[in-house]
Design a protein around this ligand. Structure first.
Ligand code: AGP
Length: 599
């Protein structure tokens, strides 16, 4: 979702602003812009569409020693240049970029700008106009900024320029992510470390409610009461090279290919010889819980469904899996001793942050663990415990390696909890995850055949994935992957449920792919496949070698409980080839954002 960058320093910030926005492209956006102060005036360049359109509009000789930039993912007002950021106050003195949603913007508009025509339809413009209004009352820029912020309800990350002060970027945040990057003779602002990692690896976190004054040679953080806060800088676990596509055409295929590497990384991070290496406090909290609440969105939610299977089957702990967007506003009856496990690749998802706030309001003793791929992400800072996915940076909007890593880390956690609870386990998890790694590699060696199958299968507007047990969860994830990048309308179904209505949609050539990785459910799912085949469906079974029949796509035999980590790779490749075959921008599917930072 919206991305923010800022630069103040001795050099020309234009290169950083454009570069930084390009690094934030992966979050999803529909328009973009930059602004800065030059010759005592504020210059704004903005456009609808891609950063390359913006680059074409920026004059080659533009020099900005101070500037801000923004990628917009429309929430209030249509996608057009007027609504894109940066926004300016009426006099042009103040220029602002904003990520988030101002929930009370209509009230503010009615109260402060009743008979005034604002320029745009956005919630953001109200903020910059308020700043100007308050500064006209004699307040300093910082005071006016603070006063405007005090009126806001909702989420925001803000960068403000005042053309009468060419040395300062004013920064503040609430719920939306924002970091300060520390440079030599300059400083940066960015929605995440990726936006700045080419230029610096030293960052300051900003907490909600703080206001930060960024100059080329100083960064002053003040808390709500105006006290100066001393903060240690941090260096995240990412390198510039990691965000390069390398030899691949797209990030999605690069990341699909990185899954074996991610598995090896997880094994080396979470095993110590034969033992699991994991914070004992996390294990104890899970062990002592009478019920686990696993919460996520999209792909992370689907990974949680597989995780439930491990916690219940191995550790015998009742586990509920919930969509974050539902949970916060419809909290289920909680058990006596719940433990919350959040799944979030980005660690920034607003729906999960809303759950955290809601549940903490109910009981401050509850414990929260987050499984995330992003070290020092907002959720990682806000939850009690973090387990990192160690998958390496994931840029493509469609989550692939984070999904398989989430399942692997959940399996290790559930295994260790089960072991410590004295449950009898018939799995050597470290060994089996190594087998899984090899199986992923052999699938990645077979992409030519997988592409051929994908071309033959996905010729229609609709498609179905079916499965039973954990294969049903994989079917849900496989279908999410296919629909989000190829725009083919796809559903994941429990095999047995088709007959209860959905089979009405099966026509000649409708693709139906069955996932079968559980010996006990093999025959049941095969019956469902024959039912749709008899009605003309174009069918395929993805199964383990030991269960394979003629015409199936066989994946190497792995421990059945861990098979979802392997079978899904075939379906990720199907999605990739279906999308690229249609000439679609697979890394940036329409309307989607990588980091969903508004509810
Ligand atoms: C994944 O392919 C999706 N783009 C999306 O469903 C994603 O998984 C969801 O938005 C959750 O994101 P998170 O894991 O960063 O919280």
């Amino acid at each position: 979702m919206c991305g923010i960058v800022g630069y103040v320093g001795n050099g020309n910030g234009v290169e950083f602003l454009i570069d930084g926005l390009s690094s934030l492209e992966y979050r999803g956006y529909d328009s973009c812009g930059i602004a800065g102060i030059t010759d005592g005036d504020a210059k704004v360049v903005k456009t609808v569409g891609r950063i390359k359109n913006l680059e074409e509009l920026v004059a080659e000789d533009l020099v900005l020693n101070i500037g801000i930039g923004h990628t917009r993912w429309a929430t209030h007002g249509g996608v057009n240049t007027t609504n894109s950021h940066p926004h300016q106050s009426f006099s042009g003195r103040f220029t602002l970029v904003h990520n988030g949603v101002i929930e009370n913007f209509q009230e503010l508009k009615d109260r402060f700008f009743k008979n005034v025509n604002l320029v745009s339809e956005t919630d953001t413009e109200v903020i910059v106009q308020l700043i100007e209004l308050f500064s006209k009352d004699g307040l300093s820029t910082k005071e006016a900024f603070l006063k405007a912020i005090s009126k806001l309800q909702g989420s925001y990350a803000l960068c403000l320029l005042d053309k009468e002060d060419k040395d300062t970027i004013y920064v503040a945040k609430n719920k939306s992510p924002l970091l300060i990057g520390l440079g030599e003779g300059c400083n940066y602002v960015g929605s995440d470390a990726l936006a700045m990692i080419k230029y610096t690896n030293k960052f300051f976190e900003i907490n909600d409610g703080e206001i930060v004054t960024v100059k080329k040679d100083s960064v002053v953080i003040e808390d709500k009461e105006g006290n100066v806060v001393e903060r240690e800088s941090f260096t995240p676990n990412i390198k510039y090279g990691e965000i390069d596509k390398g030899v691949y055409d797209h990030y999605m295929i690069k990341e699909i290919n990185e899954q074996a590497f991610a598995m090896r990384n997880i094994i080396s991070q979470y095993f110590n010889g034969k033992d699991v290496k994991m914070d004992e406090e996390i294990i104890n909290n899970v062990k002592e819980a009478d019920r686990l609440y696993v919460i996520g969105c999209g792909t992370s939610y689907n990974a949680g469904l597989v995780g439930k299977h491990y916690f219940e089957k191995w550790a015998k702990i009742p586990t509920e899996v919930h969509l974050a967007s539902e949970f916060a506003y419809n909290v289920p009856l909680l058990s006596e001793k719940p433990m919350f496990i959040f799944l979030s690749q980005s660690g920034e998802t607003a729906d999960l942050r809303a759950v955290l706030t809601k549940i903490r309001e109910m009981n401050t003793d509850y414990k929260f663990l987050v499984l995330t791929n992003v070290d020092a992400s907002t959720l990682s800072r806000e939850c009690d415990y973090t387990l990192l996915l160690h998958a390496g940076v994931e840029i493509a909007v469609a989550s692939t390696k984070a999904y398989t890593s989430q399942i692997a880390v959940l399996s290790i956690l559930a295994y260790e909890v089960a072991k410590q609870l004295g449950k009898k386990l018939k799995i050597d998890i470290e060994k089996e995850l190594s087998v899984v790694t090899n199986a992923i590699e052999s699938i990645l060696d077979d992409t030519k055949n997988i592409k051929k199958l994908s071309d033959k299968l996905f010729t229609e507007r609709n498609a179905f994935y079916i499965g039973r047990g954990v294969d049903y969860y994989s079917a849900c994830e496989a279908s999410l992957k296919l629909k989000e990048v190829s725009y083919i309308q796809t559903e994941g179904f429990a095999g047995g449920e088709l007959k209860h209505g959905t089979i009405a949609l099966i026509e000649k050539n409708t693709p139906v792919v069955a996932l079968i990785t559980n010996t006990k459910l093999d025959l049941n799912t095969r019956s469902n496949i024959s039912e749709v085949a008899s009605r003309g469906a174009n069918t395929l079974v993805i199964t383990l070698e030991k269960l394979a029949r003629e015409g199936d796509y066989a994946i190497p035999n792995v421990h059945e409980e861990l098979a979802p980590i392997v079978s899904i790779v075939v379906t990720q490749l199907f999605a990739y080839y279906a999308a690229t075959g249609r000439g679609l921008d697979v890394d940036k599917p329409r309307n989607l954002a990588k980091s969903v930072t508004v509810e």
